[in-house]
Design a binder for this molecule. Structure first.
Ligand code: ZN
Length: 253
């Protein structure tokens, strides 16, 4: 990736689609550009596993990445879901040597990645980046906490509807590649229960699915089928993507 000179009013380069990056102050984004490397991911590919050395932070572009907590008995459940609004591997910044959770690809596509030590060095000197990271942690804390409560308290059909809406908001499409198996892993629920819940939604005309593709047909009905957790997470998501650090820090010198 070539270095580019950005003036304060210049738009970010077209190959940078990650919203976290595109909303950084231009002078700070410019310093990150030469360090960014594009990586393509297949569906269900493992980006990094729990216990792996934390070498990179990832900025999803079209890809959607799920952070999974795996238990000793082989079961797992999703901790967070990240698309182009965010960063994956961010919990490991500031000197943590290994990843705590496994990152798996939910929707295939590309990410930009950057070496952890480069990111840490930029973090130490960039006010805009610090604001964005703290704001992102605030959002992530709500998502993770609400997901923990949801997994314990709400029914499979409600959680499946929440999950579908969260994916839709992040990939900004009503149709995406996703199997019942992937939903079962994300929801920490046996596949048979996920298939039953999906079938109920399909029969009532809310969604359809074929050949590994899920199609959302009626978004409002899907929102009614989801638990309140979707609304809580969605409000934080909107406040995250609408936040602009340049409003707080002014135009860079
Ligand atoms: Zn819930």
């Amino acid at each position: 990736v070539r270095q580019q000179q950005l003036r304060p009013d210049d738009p970010p380069p077209h190959w940078v689609k990650n919203h976290f990056l595109t909303t950084l102050p231009p002078n700070e984004l410019e310093r990150l550009l030469p360090e960014l490397e594009r990586v393509a991911f297949r569906s269900r590919q493992i980006v990094f596993g729990a216990g792996d050395p934390a070498r990179y932070v990832y900025f999803p572009q079209e890809a959607l990445i799920s952070l999974l907590a795996a238990m000793d008995d082989g079961r797992s459940a999703e901790v967070s879901l990240t698309g182009k609004e965010g960063i994956v591997g961010i919990a490991e910044i500031l000197g943590v040597a290994t990843h705590r959770y496994t990152a798996a690809v939910v929707v295939p596509g590309s990410c930009l990645r950057m070496r952890m030590e480069k990111f840490n060095a930029e973090f130490a000197r960039s006010a805009g980046l610090q604001f964005r990271v703290l704001n992102y942690f605030r959002y992530l804390l709500v998502q993770v906490s609400q997901t923990a409560a949801c997994n314990r308290l709400h029914r499979v059909r409600q959680r499946l509807a929440r999950q579908l809406l969260m994916i839709r908001d992040r990939v900004q499409r009503d149709e995406f590649q996703m199997t019942h198996e992937s939903f079962a892993v994300a929801l920490g629920t046996p596949r048979s229960e996920v298939s039953f819940a999906a079938e109920v939604l399909r029969r009532s005309g809310v969604i359809d699915y074929r050949h590994g593709q899920v199609i959302i047909l009626r978004r409002e009905k899907l929102e009614s089928a989801a638990c309140e957790c979707y609304g809580v997470i969605h409000r934080e998501f909107l406040s995250l993507v609408e936040a602009n650090p340049q409003d707080l820090y002014g135009a860079p010198a």
